[in-house]
Design a binder for this molecule. Sequence first.
Ligand code: SF4
Length: 350
Amino acid sequence: MAFSSEIIGWYQQYKRDLPWRHTRDPYVIWLSEVILQQTRVEQGLPYFLRFLSHYPDVIAFANAPEDEILLHWQGLGYYSRARNMHKAAQAVVSAYGGVFPTRYDDLIRLQGIGEYTAAAIASFAANEARAVVDGNVFRVLARYFGIDEPINSSKGKKLFLKLADDLLDRTHPGLYNQAVMEFGAMQCKPKNPDCANCVLRLDCRAFSEERISQLPVKLKGKASRNRYFNYFVVAAEGRLLMNKRGKGDIWENLYELPMIETPCLMGIHELAGLQEVVECFGEQADLRLVAGPVKHVLSHQNLFAQFIAVDANEGYVSKKMKWNYVFTKDLGTLAKPKLIYSFLKDYMVE
Ligand code: SF4
């Protein structure tokens, strides 16, 4: 089919030279694919190299402590992905003797590996004929074929998956998959695609109908909710009070400063009178705003965070709370959300 051969021809001429393109090791491909779902190539590359140097194979990854994996993942967001990777690595060790599977049907059973990642690993590592459909592929197909079915509706997903499967080059599925993804990333970009120099231009529906900026169509997701986090900076003799977050909310098992969430943004005086604050730091605690409020956007939540220094009377801090003092020199060994990492970086310098 002209589409596939044009795309493969373009790829062979213009592809970027990236380290994971020189291997068929499914473990290495898995690392790169999961990291690249989080970030762009330029930002993901140092993470990929760091993970590979610390954990050269899946057994080393499986045996690492979770805290250490979260620390290496710090800054990428979606920490559940790192936790799922750890569980998947442990399953590879226990169920496959440490040999990373390459069959789609085995891969899809591993924690955190969905249809896209399973198809990518199976086709890149073992040339299994599975079409990958990521954001880049959705965009190229929607534009080239002029499809305005929303890519995130169930009807749209089925339609695009079927089309991707029909277009798949069954002799070179790995090569074709990489080609179409790279074409979307480099040529048919979300904004300002390079249509003037595009090998598909003559047959591209979006181009001929001047609908490039309208495609692909995506249904709006649910609205984000606002949350108000009050972080307390309690320092004592070169140590800082820290909290390890629990299950059931964002940032599971990551470290942050002691935090009290309020239903709206509160001023310092209002906060000082809040029963929860009094219970934690005593009635005479002196509160002082040191930073914020800063807005931190997550996928479905907007966090408004303020940072408040606390001078608790006679070192009063409620023992009810599971907070622990950590030497400031050791803070770098704790995995923290970006919001906390950035605050501490600035605050500790001052
Ligand atoms: S002509 Fe433009 S919109 Fe069409 S495939 Fe090429 S880069 Fe994408």
